[in-house]
Design a protein around this ligand. Sequence first.
Ligand SMILES: [Zn+2]
Length: 381
Amino acid sequence: MAFEFFVKSDITFGRNSVNELPKLIKGYKAKKVMLVYDAGVKFAGIADTVLHSLNEADVEIVVFDKVIPNPTNEIVEKAAVIAKEEEVDAFVAVGGGSSIDLAKAIDVLMTNPGPIGRYGGIGMVEHDLLPLIAIPTTAGTSSEITNVSALIDTEKVIKYVVIDNKLVPSKVIIDPEFTKTMPASVTASTGMDAITHAVESYISNMATPLTEYNSLQGLKIIYHNLPKAVKDGSDMEAREQMMLGCVITGFGFSNANLGLVHGIAHTLSAHFQLAHGMANATVLPYVMAFNAKSCPEKMVELAKAIDLPVTGDIDTDKYLLSEELLKLTKELGIKTLSEQGITEEDFEMVADDVLNEPVLGFNPRQNVTKEDVLAILKKAY
Ligand SMILES: [Zn+2]
């Protein structure tokens, strides 16, 4: 057995752990902090709570509240200009994956020359970043602990990733109270993103015993708690478990990578601005059924992990998970592609672009064809 496994996160977990923020900021000796969040975080009152906490740290604050879902290169460059002009020396990102991914990318440009697009790929960032404290308000992307920033290149119309260990936030504050106000639909789609991370990383051809352990544990926790959190947003036990499941899963997939589900979702988000979690969830059951032929034993292990009734016949058992995921997506109100505004005329172009997604290199079923992708899109329509 031989493998590498990278973990760097420094996590404070628990209700009201946001109260730790002033102490952390002081620890970094920061003088001017850029606070990055979106309108939803403002609307939920979370931005005000964090601002209040930051005020206690006795630092100047520069607010960047123009975060959009699927952040683009343009917004990164725009925010970086402000951050440089203001000479900020630390970042606090509050929100879902979009806010945290955006803050990571702005931070890259504070110590490395632009444009941000040059850092697409793995290990392309040269200099260490300024301190970044991540405060997630969704349970899904695990961006708070990963070394990834996913961005849209609007010229090439692709969603690409900057992957570099320097991007791992310096500190993470996970306060499940902040997920309480998340609407049921967002809880469902971001939670399905987390399930996608667990299953795709488990069957990835980069998986190791340590990532497999994380993926299975994460799946168990998220699968059992997601329906509870969607049904009753104030179920704090379920909310807490969702956050925990995302951390565990994040350690797995940031080492094992993902697969075809994310390849399709990235393409759909780049062209049609589909929300990341929803795009994944829509195609997840069909891609897992497609992959089952290449990794039947692992599909059975996933089914066992969530107590599905395995029969011992691998030919049927290998599809138990994809069937269950289809049921789960229906139960949680995940939309079809047509309900998200995609038309069948779009399929050809989407399928062509999916084949260029680098993440397909980690998918257990290799040599994916255009016809394969078209068949999956039709099923998800
Ligand atoms: Zn994802």
